[in-house]
Design a protein around this ligand. Structure first.
Ligand SMILES: *Cc1c(COP(=O)(O)O)cnc(C)c1O
Length: 413
């Protein structure tokens, strides 16, 4: 089919995406396509992307080490600044070692493909991030999906594969719903079965756990997960990612992760920016508390506006809408009123599971979040949708097996 026809088809289905232009630095408010808006779709959770100390560190690094690393990590691309950040990250999350990658996407693809063994099996949560799925595809190893957060299903699949090398992969905090994986149970299944475990903590690192050490630390599982991947592009406000693991695993990844071997090392300014952001996180852990307090404030404000609030426990607050077109319209109506929220549509989520994903930042004020909830309520009324905050995964798990469908929405009369 002609590409323009395919684009038109996407438009008709409400699945078309357009990139909007932000002027100036990232923050809770930005100028979007020339118009001031409140941002509810950024993963700059702690507001560090434009922090003066982070900017200065990046600028100084550009003067001291230049802009680019010039080659892959395994050639001349590993510089002293990379080594320093790896040491600090490992010590922060309580791991023996950390390996820097170009991004969270690259880290997940590289780690999963490197650790999946020929003749073995990968078990992945059906809602895991695209980068984990793509790692499975690159590994060319049989991959099976277990129902979202369904531990009986995971345990059964793990038992059925006895005798084969097994790798289990999951997000720690699911990016579209903000629910936390049952990490203790997953780790226990992996331990009993002798399986390796990879946990993607892109949305937990810097946001959850003591001092922002992440969802794995929050679950008391430090040192019990083979590889924890954290992004430097979200809470730390920079770019890049790391895999935290044992020293031997780190050496293995440096030898076998194709996305590390075949891609340029992260640029020194981004690495130095992440170092400065990590130092700020250590000095000012109250940013993490503020983030979670703001998430609570947004949920309360949404409840006040009549939205159901049985939702997530993290800084990601999803509104179930169902169909892609009303999700898109709701976001357009909110944007007209100065609130920038993101519709999450297929293929990111299952068909009929479109949602409006709200992401809170520590740098939002409570007033901004209250105003945003009001705007979203008006936008929903205008579009004729009455979305409820998504049901928590625990309910989906205990009440019925997840059938791949979102909870139905009640439409306003
Ligand atoms: C954003 C994200 C990634 C990718 O991280 P980047 O550093 O942005 O490439 C991986 N996993 C999850 C769950 C994410 O949300």
């Amino acid at each position: 089919m002609d590409l323009q026809e395919r684009l038109d088809e996407l438009k008709g289905l409400g699945l078309h995406r357009r990139m909007r232009l932000v002027s100036g630095p990232q923050g809770p408010r930005v100028v979007l396509d020339g118009k001031p808006v409140l941002v509810l779709c950024s993963s700059n959770y702690l507001g560090l992307a434009d922090h003066p100390r982070v900017r200065e560190a990046a600028a100084e690094a550009a003067m001291r080490w230049g802009v680019g690393a010039g080659s892959s990590r395994s050639a001349a691309g590993t510089m002293t600044v990379h080594g320093r950040l790896e040491e600090r990250l490992a010590s922060f999350v309580g791991a023996e070692a950390a390996v820097l990658f170009g991004s969270g996407y690259l880290a997940n693809v590289g780690v999963v493909a490197a650790l999946a063994e020929p003749g073995g099996l990968v078990l992945a949560d059906e809602r895991c991030h695209a980068s984990l799925s793509d790692g499975c595809a690159l590994a060319r190893v049989e991959t099976r999906r277990y129902r979202h957060a369904d531990m009986d299903h995971l345990a059964a699949l793990a038992r059925a594969s006895a005798g084969r090398p097994l790798l289990i992969v999951t997000d720690a905090v699911f990016g579209t719903d903000g629910d936390v994986a049952p990490l203790e149970e997953i780790a226990e299944i992996a331990r009993r079965r002798g399986a390796r475990l990879v946990v993607d903590d892109a949305h937990g690192f810097g946001c959850l756990g003591p001092g922002g050490r992440g969802a794995v630390a929050a679950a008391g599982l430090e040192g019990e997960v083979d590889v924890v991947v954290g992004s430097l592009g979200k809470a730390l406000g920079s770019y890049g990612a790391f895999a935290a693991c044992e020293a031997a695993t780190a050496r293995f990844l440096a030898n076998r992760a194709r996305t590390l071997l075949a891609s340029t090392a992260p640029p020194p300014p981004a690495v130095a920016g992440a170092l400065a952001a990590l130092a700020l996180l250590r000095e000012q852990p109250h940013r993490v508390d503020k983030l979670q307090a703001n998430a609570e404030a947004l949920r309360a404000a949404l409840a006040h506006e009549g939205f159901g609030t049985a939702g997530s426990t993290t800084q990601i607050v999803p509104l179930d809408v169902g169909d892609a077109v009303p999700a898109l319209r709701l976001c357009e109506a909110a944007l007209e009123r100065g609130v920038f929220a993101e519709p999450v549509r297929p293929p990111t989520v299952a068909p009929d599971a479109a949602r409006v994903r709200l992401a809170v930042m520590a740098s939002h004020t409570k007033d901004e979040l209250r105003d945003a909830a009001r705007v979203l309520a008006r936008a929903a009324a205008q579009v004729g949708v009455r979305p409820a905050v998504s049901a928590p995964v625990a309910a989906a798990r205990s009440v019925r097996p997840f059938d791949g469908q979102a909870a139905p929405i009640a439409r306003a009369a």
